[in-house]
Design a protein. Structure first.
Length: 216
């Protein structure tokens, strides 16, 4: 019998709890407190829950290491979970992007479009941030899985402090331009609950500060 103990890994519980809370928040804010009809649950609302869950898991993935560097006692099960959190976050973002492509029209996202059917400036900036952040995440994941791994200079670049801080800013751009007008109007928040883009942005802001000070 082997005496070796398996390293602790909390990925399963972190992913399950994050996804449940994100989905629950989307349902509570838009269906229970808000006016969105239940028929929109399977695609429109689930897309919001998936996007939030992805954003939080990616923040955890990038944040746990630097948090430990700052002297916080991060459990080893959380540190060992980082790879699975990053991969799951990326797959959820992929689902979010596919659903968003299918839904993207003025009837669903009125606030993103002008009357002539073209995008507003803010929607254009937000979507540019989303697409660039998606491509950067894709590159980041690829770099750990293919022959690129042997390219030391590339790996050093894509895992460097400067590049990761830049990549996080792209995700924040996506949320900021999409949502900041609504963030400043708490009277319009369904049931007083902040918009999902703002919840995501708060996670980003905390994660970013931890990275600025804790990433080597
Ligand atoms: C091809 C790339 C992407 C496209 C086309 C896209 C598209 C969209 C759209 C259309 C929305 C509005 C959803 C809604 O209000 O119902 C949205 C929201 C959101 N996206 Fe993305 N996105 C992309 C990439 C990303 C990435 C990479 C992340 C995470 C790092 C992300 C996270 C979010 C979050 C958290 C929201 C807020 C949801 C809400 O406020 O309802 N997106 N995205």
């Amino acid at each position: 019998m082997s005496l070796e103990t398996k390293p602790q890994n909390s990925a399963g519980s972190i992913i399950a709890i994050t996804c449940l809370l994100s989905m629950g928040y989307a349902v509570l804010r838009y269906h229970v407190m808000g006016p969105v009809p239940w028929k929109d649950l399977p695609f429109f609302i689930i897309n919001k829950g998936i996007a939030l869950g992805a954003f939080i898991l990616l923040t955890f993935n990038f944040g746990f290491g630097p948090l430990k560097n700052l002297g916080v006692n991060v459990p080893s099960g959380w540190l060992n979970a980082r790879k699975a959190l990053g991969m799951t976050g990326f797959l959820l973002v992929l689902i979010h992007a596919l659903i968003s492509f299918l839904l993207f029209n003025p009837a669903v996202y009125e606030k993103f479009f002008l009357e002539n059917g073209t995008l507003t400036l803010l929607a254009g900036l937000s979507m540019l941030g989303g697409v660039l952040s998606f491509v950067v995440l894709w590159g980041y994941n690829l770099s750990f899985q293919t022959h690129l791994r042997e390219d030391q200079a590339f790996i050093r670049f894509i895992t460097s402090r400067r590049f990761l801080l830049f990549a996080m800013l792209l995700g924040a751009t996506h949320l900021f331009f999409m949502g900041y007008q609504g963030w400043m109007n708490p009277a319009g928040w369904h049931g007083g609950l902040p918009p999902i883009s703002l919840v995501g942005f708060v996670f980003f802001a905390v994660g970013y500060i931890i990275n600025v000070f804790g990433r080597k």
